[in-house]
Every structure is written in structure tokens, then in C-alpha cells.
Design a protein around this ligand. Structure first.
Ligand code: ACO
Length: 381
């Protein structure tokens, strides 16, 4: 009899695709999209350029960028019936659920053979990147009784999102910081939500279904949902002295409770995105004034490094993202939807790659139950 296949919980380290989208070397904190270092993309490219790179494989020329920017800008609007769908949802619900519902509904509003028809496939991808920020901003306004603010085609992707939240055009620094934050979250190889998107895409379901399922996967607290919890957690810490912060961390570690914003399946050093976000946070504080919670976060990072740094547990992207988003005026429960707005281009890059050489995902299992049982009559159970 053949050897039993080994069971690997969480499929840790098991390759699920051959991919040229994102390269990570977690031992040295290296992250590249299509071979370009994240540090260069964050400094030199907009989110639109990054999305083009991810979706179509290359950075756009000036002309290609103009066309792509225009295409995105003209597709930002939502059909009024999608807005009607959002209006039917309970205002107390989580914005990630509203986003999942709206995106799942897109498939009904844009019917067609999304997968076999290459142009439709491309168009669906552009539409999803363009419309996700509008859904998130519209939902945020609808839930508090305000009308959604129509998108402005003259603003960039990031600036337009901030504008649609409150109707105020962000200044250059706020728009730049938002743009970089989107770039940093745009892609991260085979994480849970990307794997989810690829699994759904492998059934030849349409891109709207693939992205809706990926959003559901991102919502969990061990994945995208962690960014909301970091701020809530920081607010429970007595930051009056380094000793108090250390005591808090030691207690939590002793109870074997996870400290949000730390640890990563792939990175065993500080996440390069956390390094860039920390730099952005500093720029925001110089312009708009300091936030005490940032000093507390830096102290917690220092204490954690002494306590568990040797185990490869270091800040991940979520540790500083919440602090940055809060300074930009984004409500806490929109942090994970903002992650989805960014990551949608990565999910779609993987979807397009999956479809180029598709085979439906169908892993196996290790049977641990009883076999060959006989159904007893109901009175004998
Ligand atoms: N706080 C305390 N201890 C931790 C943490 C943490 N945040 N992360 C890992 N550890 C410890 C584990 O307890 C375990 O210790 P042990 O060997 O003594 O049992 C060891 O480090 C290995 O941890 P795993 O859980 O096996 O690591 P895994 O790769 O499975 O999990 C994960 C990674 C889920 C991100 C984990 O670090 C975690 O839960 N972090 C907190 C949540 C978080 O910040 N998530 C965001 C991740 S980034 C993203 O999704 C964008």
C-alpha cells in the first residue's frame, strides 16, 4: 500500500500555484510585486500604476497609465440599484459584510461570460478595482443616514476614496499617504484570501464571486480583521511607563494570547510594509500633531522585540496601519474594507493567472472517522 500522504495543518509551506505576481523572502523582509521592490513602488508609483503592474504584468507607460486612470475613473459610479441594495442592509452590520453583499451582487448587474470572454474578464477586473472604494464609502454614509457622495473623476484613486467619505478633498500629504497604504496592501502572494480567490476562480466562477469570497476570507481576525483589533488592543494597555507596557505584554504572552499586529506566517523579521507605514505615520504626526497611541505602539514593539523577537515574532503590516488610518480620519471598522479596496488588484492578478493555466482545486483529506457503519433503527440509537 502507498504511504499515507502527510497532513500539513494550514497547508503551511505547501505550494498551491506557480506564480509570477509576488515574491516574498520572509527571512530578510523582502517583498516584490512582479520583481519590483515594494520600497520603490511605494516611493515612485501610484496605486493605479501598481494595479496596472499587478493585473497586466508590467508597469504602464505614460500613455497606458492615462488610459487606465481614465478607465478606472469612469467606472467608479455604482448603479442606483446597487446603492438600493446597500440601503436595505442593517446599519449595525459590519462594513465587510456590506462589501461582500454588494460585490456578490455585481455578478447579477453585469451578466456575461466573464471568464471565457477575455475582454469581459479584463473589464470585470477594472470594474472591481474602480468600484470597491465607492461601495465602502457609500455604505459608510448610508448607514448613518447620509446620501452617498458621487465619485470625482478628476481625483486619483486614493484621494477620491477619502473625498467620498466626508466630501472634503484631502490635502496632498493625506492623499499620498492613503495611496501608499493602498500600494502596500495591494498584494501578498498566497495568503488566505488570495488562496480563496484562486480556489473560487478555478471553478470558472465569475470574478465577482471570486472577489466576494476573498472579501469574506479577509474579514477574519487572523487575517485582515487584525488591523481593527490592534487599535482596540492598544487602548487597553496602561502606557504610563515602559515597565507597565512590559507587564501587559508578559501577562498576555503567559496566558498564550496572541498580540494583534505581531507575527506572520511568512515574515520572521519586521514586515517591510510595517517599516514603510511607520515612516508615513511619522510624516502625518509632523503635519497634524502627535498621537500618544503611536508612542505606546513603539514601546510595545520594543518590549515585544526583547520578549519574543528571537522567535521571529515582529510587527506585521497591521501594527501601524490602524494608527495611520485613524490619523486620516477613517473609522476603525473601515480599516479592513480599506484593506480589501487595496488587495482587490492582487486577488484579480491571481485570478487572471489562475485562468491562464487552470485546473480546479481539489485537495485530498486524511480520513479520521469510523467507516462501514450500519444505520441503526431510530429507537435503537
Ligand atoms: N502574539 C503572541 N504570540 C504569537 C503571535 C502573536 N501575535 N504570533 C505568533 N505567536 C507565537 C505562537 O503562539 C506560537 O508560539 P509557540 O510556538 O510557543 O506555540 C508561535 O509564535 C508560532 O505561531 P503560529 O500561530 O504557529 O504562527 P502562524 O504562522 O500559524 O500564525 C498569525 C501567523 C496567524 C499571523 C499569528 O502570528 C497571529 O495570530 N498574529 C496575530 C493576528 C495578526 O496580527 N494577524 C495579521 C496577520 S498579517 C495579515 O493578515 C495582513
Amino acid at each position: 500500500m502507498a504511504d499515507k500522504p502527510e497532513y500539513i495543518p494550514g497547508l503551511a509551506g505547501v505550494p498551491a500555484a506557480r506564480s509570477s505576481v509576488c515574491l516574498i523572502d520572509g527571512s530578510v523582509g523582502k517583498l516584490q510585486y512582479r520583481g519590483y521592490p515594494i520600497e520603490q513602488l511605494a516611493e515612485q508609483c501610484t496605486y493605479e500604476e501598481t494595479a496596472h503592474l499587478l493585473l497586466f504584468g508590467e508597469l504602464p507607460t505614460r500613455e497606458q497609465l492615462e488610459t487606465f486612470e481614465q478607465e478606472l475613473a469612469t467606472r467608479r459610479k455604482l448603479k442606483f440599484r446597487i446603492v438600493d441594495v446597500l440601503k436595505q442592509l442593517p446599519e449595525s452590520g459590519h462594513p465587510m459584510d456590506a462589501l461582500t453583499a454588494a460585490v456578490a451582487g455585481f455578478g447579477m448587474f453585469y451578466p456575461g461570460d466573464h471568464v471565457a470572454d477575455l475582454e469581459f474578464r479584463r473589464l470585470s477586473a477594472v470594474r472591481l478595482v474602480a468600484k470597491l472604494p465607492t461601495v465602502v464609502a457609500a455604505w459608510h454614509r448610508i448607514r448613518r443616514g447620509d446620501d452617498p457622495i458621487p465619485p470625482r473623476p478628476d481625483l486619483g484613486h486614493a484621494a477620491n476614496f477619502l473625498y467620498m467619505l466626508e466630501g472634503e478633498e484631502p490635502d496632498e500629504l493625506a492623499a499620498k499617504v492613503m495611496d501608499v497604504a493602498l500600494t502596500l496592501h495591494a498584494e501578498h502572494s498566497m495568503n488566505a484570501s488570495t488562496f480563496t480567490a484562486r480556489v473560487t476562480a478555478s471553478t470558472l466562477a465569475d470574478p465577482y464571486a471570486a472577489v466576494a469570497s476573498a472579501i469574506g476570507s479577509l474579514a477574519g481576525p487572523l487575517h485582515g480583521g487584525a488591523n481593527e483589533r490592534v487599535l482596540a488592543m492598544l487602548r487597553t494597555i496602561d502606557g504610563s511607563s515602559p515597565e507597565a507596557v512590559r507587564r501587559w505584554a508578559e501577562d498576555r504572552l503567559a496566558r498564550k494570547e496572541k498580540i494583534m499586529g505581531f507575527g506572520h506566517r511568512v515574515y520572521k523579521v519586521k514586515d517591510p510594509r510595517a517599516v514603510i507605514l511607520q515612516g508615513l505615520a511619522t510624516q502625518l504626526f509632523e503635519r497634524y500633531g502627535a498621537t500618544p497611541i503611536y508612542d505606546l505602539a513603539v514601546e510595545l514593539e520594543r518590549q515585544m522585540s526583547e520578549l519574543v523577537g528571537h522567535k521571529g515574532i515582529a510587527p506585521n503590516v497591521d501594527f501601524y496601519s490602524g494608527i495611520v488610518y485613524e490619523k486620516l480620519g477613517i473609522p476603525v471598522d473601515l480599516f479592513t474594507p480599506v484593506f480589501a479596496i487595496a488587495r482587490v488588484s492582487g486577488w484579480l492578478a491571481h485570478l487572471l493567472e489562475q485562468l491562464q493555466d487552470n485546473r480546479i482545486f481539489r485537495p485530498s483529506q486524511i480520513w479520521v472517522g469510523e467507516a462501514d457503519r450500519t444505520v441503526p433503527p431510530i429507537d435503537a440509537r
